[in-house]
Design a protein around this ligand. Structure first.
Ligand SMILES: Nc1nc2c(c(=O)[nH]1)N[C@H]1C(S)=C(S)[C@@H](COP(=O)(O)OP(=O)(O)OC[C@H]3O[C@@H](n4cnc5c(=O)[nH]c(N)nc54)[C@H](O)[C@@H]3O)O[C@H]1N2
Ligand SMILES: Nc1nc2c(c(=O)[nH]1)N[C@H]1C(S)=C(S)[C@@H](COP(=O)(O)OP(=O)(O)OC[C@H]3O[C@@H](n4cnc5c(=O)[nH]c(N)nc54)[C@H](O)[C@@H]3O)O[C@H]1N2
Ligand SMILES: [Mo]
Length: 755
């Protein structure tokens, strides 16, 4: 792999340069030292970093990548350290902060500055008369929220948003609250993230989760990384990839951008590696697929695979296909119909490159395909996911060691939240068990996902929003519509660790309720409590916070959810207080509703916890026919010139809408985020130069003005910009119709010199 493209980038634009170090390495250690210094100063709680992912410590709030059995020695990464120090910061939103700053003034602060005020310390309510937030007691906060919820015409006017840091215990209580209240409206961050996985994989293989374990990476013969950026978003994965690379396992990348975290890595935890000049190369081949070109690339790979099969019968796993699958003939017909010129044009890759991908795939007995938002956040996200499953099924790459599908999950417990009931589409079986366990009558009508919730709020049909974490209005597309939607509500309740812009979108009644973070000691009536989470590989384990809470007034998420539930439903017979006193009782409830959690309180006390049942690991397919399905998606007609597509990405110094700093080290960006990344040839064809100020517009007239366009190692026809700055370019109604996932990663745009 040559570095020519990067070396060409001239260092003439302020804050833009080339980065030629590896991922990890000394840069990572320096960054950790800086974040500790900025957020924690001399706090004794810097020991927090040492408790992360320890057998009796807390689960890293950074990402959902698993740890070696959660019994490992010290394992952390640069971005895990940022997530922890951002939470364990010594900074506080002190009681008179809001007396000093009005909501109108705070509106002009950046997202970075809003959260960098520090941890929230007491409940707040917005006072419209003065335009300030004012401190209130918990009793008053619950009473106000309860009154507003009771005033709704019907329960479906309330939206229960859940972000993915909530523990299994808080998420389970939250869904119990909403369902007892009478709605299945659960917009959640998963709707913006891996919903294409949750929708697509059950139809293909009978479960909407990944099928591999960490150990499988030790047995894989080839690993494909499609549309994800682990150096930034799942940095602990780099150790796994580096180990595979050292075994000589091909690691094949398909990504429009050259990402340093996929190219080479130096482990900051490996003293000898740190002192030697080299770094472990990761990707053995890097294919810069055009944005949105994955489906064409995957069809091309399958076409090439069929050609290899014609020459070397037995390349496909015929026994597996016959015994375990349905739909092969339709898939073959579809693949045969796909023509190479179409495949090459849409994928931006040559036939030879795609054939080389197929050869690596055909030669490997055990293959893992990893993927992230580059696959899911498209109009065809669900189809993309199912195409990955098709490819794996063709060679029986499920249910054997070293093989399977590996969606890189988002938030650290987003998968667990879904497992314990945060879904707008509950099954009848689950609702029946919930009703039996808690003597309630859950609503049967399916609820709103995130896009539907915002649309209903915007239309004035939904009138209350409770948010268990997150920054919904900023994370969603079309800020104008989403901001207006929250502002017209009767009630907005924000259960948060830190202040953010969604809190500033004041409704008739706006409450900000400060909660404990995962690093903190959670003391309840029965003593210190701990929670459980599920990682990307379906391992459920305990997480125990130890740090001193940021203020004596901050409450745990389960306590806040229970307080709201009691206030909204004074007649409830659910034992809210009992469950909050002792989280074992919440876990008993989870066990009663989800059979997979049998002996939950016993098994989760084992070091490392336990793995939930993943049918495909045993070649059990929980589909209507009991077989895995090849799902075929005929290509859309080829419609002339391809649009210029813009994708939205995370920088190295952000966690979703939380902006830690304005740097993006591996992409050579410092101190700014108003950047559009473009291919050198595209720049020239547009008559633009590296560093020009540009306006980006969409056919519907959405705009991003005055950004700086820079030359980058990115595929032709592809542009990239940071999220959430570019969210104004995404319409609320542009999403994958199968899963509702917004098309954040394939926005058709035009670019011209700034006016
Ligand atoms: N430090 C940190 N960790 C995080 C997060 C964070 O913000 N910061 N967020 C968490 C969450 S919620 C999530 S969902 C995950 C996100 O983890 P990722 O999925 O890695 O996140 P993204 O930054 O959205 O980038 C996806 C990658 O997809 C590529 N890409 C864009 N468009 C396409 C395309 O059309 N095809 C292909 N093949 N690739 C494409 C981009 O170049 C980029 O490398 O990370 C989680 N972990
Ligand atoms: N354009 C574009 N938009 C995107 C994406 C993209 O790639 N491109 N990605 C999408 C994806 S994948 C996701 S997951 C969403 C993210 O959407 P969200 O999950 O809604 O957003 P976050 O930025 O993760 O939420 C940050 C807030 O969570 C609160 N918080 C942090 N820790 C805790 C905690 O322990 N408990 C509680 N109660 N609150 C806490 C803090 O107050 C913080 O302000 O954004 C989506 N939006
Ligand atoms: Mo996500």
């Amino acid at each position: 792999m040559d570095k020519a493209a990067e070396d060409l980038i001239p260092d003439t634009v302020e804050g833009v340069s080339s980065y030629d170090g590896p991922a990890g390495g000394w840069g990572a250690l320096r960054a950790v030292a800086k974040t500790v210094a900025e957020q924690m100063r001399a706090s004794p709680d810097t020991r927090a970093l040492l408790q992360m992912n320890q057998p009796d410590g807390f689960d890293c709030p950074g990402c959902a990548w698993p740890d070696p059995k959660h019994t490992s020695s010290f394992e952390f990464c640069e971005n895990g350290a940022k997530a922890v120090t951002w939470e364990a910061t010594v900074k506080r939103v002190d009681p008179d902060f809001f007396a000093r700053h009005s909501v109108s003034e705070l509106w002009d602060w950046t997202d970075h500055k809003l959260e960098d005020t520090g941890r929230l310390t007491e409940p707040l309510r917005y006072d419209a008369a003065t335009d300030h937030f004012v401190p209130i007691s918990w009793d008053e906060a619950f009473a106000r929220a309860g009154a507003a919820l009771q005033a709704l015409d019907h329960a479906d006017q309330a939206e229960f948003y859940c972000s993915g840091r909530a523990s299994n215990e808080s998420a389970f209580l939250y869904q119990l609250f909403a369902r007892e209240f009478g709605t299945n409206n659960f917009p959640d961050c998963s709707n913006m993230c891996h919903e294409a996985t949750s929708t697509g994989l059950p139809k293909s293989i009978g479960i909407g989760k990944g099928t591999v374990t960490l150990e499988d990476f030790d047995h894989a013969d080839a690993i494909f990384c499609i549309g994800h950026n682990p150096g930034t978003n799942h940095p602990r994965m780099l150790s796994t990839l580096a180990a595979a690379s050292k075994r000589g396992v091909p690691i094949i990348v398909a990504n429009p951008m050259r990402e340093r975290g996929l190219e080479r890595f130096k482990s900051p935890q490996h003293p000898t590696e740190m002192l030697s000049p080299g770094a472990t190369p990761l990707a053995s081949a890097y294919h810069q697929v055009r944005i949105g070109g994955d489906m064409a690339m995957l069809k091309g790979m399958m076409k090439a695979l069929l050609a290899i099969e014609a020459r070397q019968p037995g390349t496909l796993d015929h026994a597996f296909i016959a015994q375990h699958t349905e739909g092969f003939d339709a898939l073959r017909a579809d693949i045969e119909a796909a023509q190479w010129p179409w495949i090459e044009r849409l994928s931006g890759l040559t036939r030879e490159a795609i054939e080389s991908l197929a050869h690596v795939y055909a030669r490997a007995d055990r293959v893992i395909i990893c993927y992230g938002m580059g696959i899911t956040q498209h109009r065809h996200g669900t189809q993309n996911v199912q195409a990955l499953a098709n490819l794996l099924l063709l060679r029986g790459n499920f249910g054997k060691p070293g093989a399977g599908i590996c969606p890189l999950r988002g938030h650290s417990n987003v998968q667990g939240d879904r497992t314990v009931g945060i879904t707008e589409l509950p099954t009848e079986a689950m609702l029946q068990r919930l009703d039996t366990a808690f003597s309630i009558q859950s609503p049967r009508k399916h609820g709103h996902n995130a896009v539907e919730a915002l649309a209903a709020m915007h239309a004035g049909e939904s009138k209350a929003l409770i948010s268990l974490g997150g920054n919904l209005a900023v994370a969603m597309p079309d800020p104008d519509a989403c901001f207006a939607a929250v502002r017209r509500l009767d009630l907005s309740v924000n259960i948060l660790t830190k202040f953010n812009r969604t809190c500033l979108l004041t409704a008739r009644e706006t409450l900000v309720l400060p909660c404990l973070g995962r690093t903190e000691l959670d003391l309840q009536a029965a003593g210190p409590q701990w929670v459980t989470v599920e990682d990307s590989m379906s391992m459920v384990h305990a997480s125990r916070g130890k740090l001193k809470p940021p203020s004596p007034h901050v409450r745990s998420e389960p306590a806040i959810v229970a307080g709201l539930a009691k206030a909204a439903m004074p007649a409830s017979r659910t034992d809210w207080d009992g469950m909050v006193a002792d989280y074992d009782r919440i876990r008993d409830g989870i066990e009663a509703v989800y059979p997979d959690f049998r002996d939950f309180n016993i098994r989760v006390r084992e070091p490392g916890g336990f793995r939930l049942t993943i049918g495909p690991s045993e070649r059990i397919w929980n589909t209507p026919s009991g077989k895995a399905q090849f799902i075929t998606h005929p290509a859309a007609p080829d419609e002339g010139a391809l649009p210029l597509l813009l994708t939205t990405i995370r920088s190295h110094d952000q966690y979703n809408t939380t902006i830690y700093s304005y740097d993006d080290r591996y992409r050579g960006i410092h101190g700014r985020r108003d950047i559009i990344f473009a291919n050198e040839i595209d720049l020239a064809e547009m008559g633009l130069a590296h560093g020009d100020k540009v306006d980006v517009t969409t056919p519907a007239g959405r705009e991003l003005r005055g950004f700086t366009i820079v030359m980058h190692a990115i595929a032709r026809g592809s542009l990239a910009a940071y999220y959430p700055e570019a969210n104004n370019l995404v319409p609320l109604d542009d999403y994958d119709p199968a899963s509702g996932t917004p098309a954040y990663k394939s926005i058709p745009v035009m670019v011209r010199a700034a006016r």
